[in-house]
Design a protein around this ligand. Sequence first.
Ligand code: HEM
Length: 718
Amino acid sequence: MSSISPDHELLATTSKHLLAVKYFQIAAYVMLIYDHSCIFSGENRFSPMLWAAPLITDTFIFSLIMWQTRAYLIRSATHSPTLQVFVRDGLLYFIAISAANLLNMLTFISATFRSSAMEIPPGLVYLSKRLPSYAILSTFVYLALHWARNSNVFGFGLPSWVEIVISILARPVFLAWKSVYRGYKDSWTAATLGAEIPPYVGQSIYTTLREWQRMVEKGYPAEVLSRWTRKHGDVLLVPTLSDTVLVTDEPSHVKAILATQFDMFGKSNVLCLLSARRQRAQAISTGHASQDAMKSLLGTGIFNVNGEMWKSITRPFFTRERISDFEIYERNCNISLKAAERRLAEGHSVDVQDLFGRFTLDSATEFLFGQTVDSLSAELPYPPTYSHKNTAAYHYHPSNVFVKAFSQGLDYTETRIEDMWPLFEFGKDKIKPLRKIMDEFTKPMIEKALSNREKEKGGQSNGKEAETVLSSLVDHTQDEQILKDELINLLVAGRDTTMSLLAFSVYMLAQNPSIELRLRQEIYDVVGPTAAPDYSQIRAMKYMRAFLNEVLRLYPPVPIDSRMAFEDTTFPSTDPTKKPVFVPKHTNCVYSVLNIQRRTDLWGPDALVFDPDRFMDERLHKYLTPNPYIFCPFNAGPRICLGQQFAYHEASYYLTRFLQKFTEFTLDDSANVAPPAEWTHGEGRKPLEKIHPMVHLTMYIKGGLWIRMKEVSDTSKV
Ligand code: HEM
């Protein structure tokens, strides 16, 4: 009979203790799940993975401990293992249990934050989502290696430290294998579809990220994309930290994305080009933008998600009758032109980009929400050298505070690298406070709309046609968060885009006085020198439309866009001797209308020259008519810009009134931000620029567009 060794006794006791600890822990889990299920109920959209993952992980570890303890007990009875081995392995268990409990703790802290309406630190959410997938795999691998050692499967045992290193590396190795496997799978699928995989950009991910970052900070809009396509052809693949992005400069691909294969593509994040995780595609496609880098700013508004719901609510407000009501423009035009007049009388130049932003903001809020935010009542800014003259009334006007917060939010969004941004903003999402400021701005509008609904309909939809987009929205939902998100998105759509169009229009006028004269001549001929234009007159001004199109061609307000492929698909090849281009499922496809609209092979050798006549003479029939997708400033297909006609009317109306009032536009070089010196030797339109065009969600002029101009004194002459 073999006597029980001290080791054996110790192991048996420890095993009992471990079991007791585990029962206690299981009980704690039951409470935790109950607790969380309360928190998750109601409005809460918390991921169940957050609590399920540590539970699963711990179950693994629990099994490991049980199994391992049993193995020790058996071995101790036969081979009497040393206490040293037990202590060493016990230490490993301790580490594993600590990791599991860390997850547990993260979960608990997250839930506590959630239940107390405090902001959950984004880094915590990120870790609680990512760590389980690391921990589960590592635990599994460790368990398998340990079992192999104890069962002597390979005839030799790996040292413990090797087992640990292999377990830690399990996830990165798995990801690398997955990427290789995906490459093979894509090649195979491409072959079965009779297609070929586009070339790769052929540079390190670090270089790609650095190039993109440099462009965002001080480069020319979309230049990185054109550099890549010039080097590798119209379509190429660009690996990023988390996935591979497809970049195309080919109109037939844009046509496929936006129209012919519309159902196969969905919204993706245009700004965060380099955060195109495949997994996120599903989340975005179902309308939940998840922990998307753009979500902090735009939420789940119409720009950020898929789904027809918001479109069906918004579309009825863009009928011909509604967008032909020019009363709103006339009122806001008068106020803005007077403000410019006063500032010019003081002897200063005017930042017309800012002025147009106020005009478009007030017009859009009146049109869309039935309430003006009166941003034109705030003072205009003084040029940078006279900024001390800007009063508190200027700095603290709610509309200025809103615009400043929004611009800063867009700047921050651009600096977010991949979907790892929560790690760099661990404790605090730096966009959230800005979004709060923006929400303060939209809050009174929402409250008013909700109270009107209560008053008029007693909280019920009375079947009467809603008068504004906002009243229609509150008929559909009273969820304040959704309403806030939609309002912010619509303000971006309504303000920034048309502001950009007007600002670049005046930038072009300042450099092309003959075009200014021709435009004014048309205005005088069709509308007269002082009258306000009506709908038919605006439609009759053909040169005005050609002028706006030419501005939209060279300076499209939305210069880069993207869509995510929901299925494996193909793009047609531009070379008939070549196979179609393979687009793997969940690939983010990025295209730049700015680059396409400046291509000399598509628009002729003078493509870089500003010349509105190209939309009126034989060049129109030669280039655009047979290939309409070479000009897509408003996108195309079922998700074409809803405000396209609204924007044409608004810009035509404003320019008519502006040119009736002012002339002799010159750039105030002392106030404008000059383009970088190296642009004089650059490519494309870089050497022609007198200002610095930049892009966040939309294109804008860095530092504003400071213009000197004179009032038209003799209206009998053009
Ligand atoms: C020059 C002015 C404008 C330009 C260049 C422009 C451009 C665009 C583009 C490119 C998109 C597609 C974005 C995407 O899906 O990725 C879009 C969408 C949209 N735009 Fe515009 N836009 C302009 C003015 C306006 C105005 C003034 C309004 C409203 C008053 C407006 C309302 C919308 C809406 C609601 C959508 C979303 C449509 C949808 O996703 O189904 N836009 N716009």
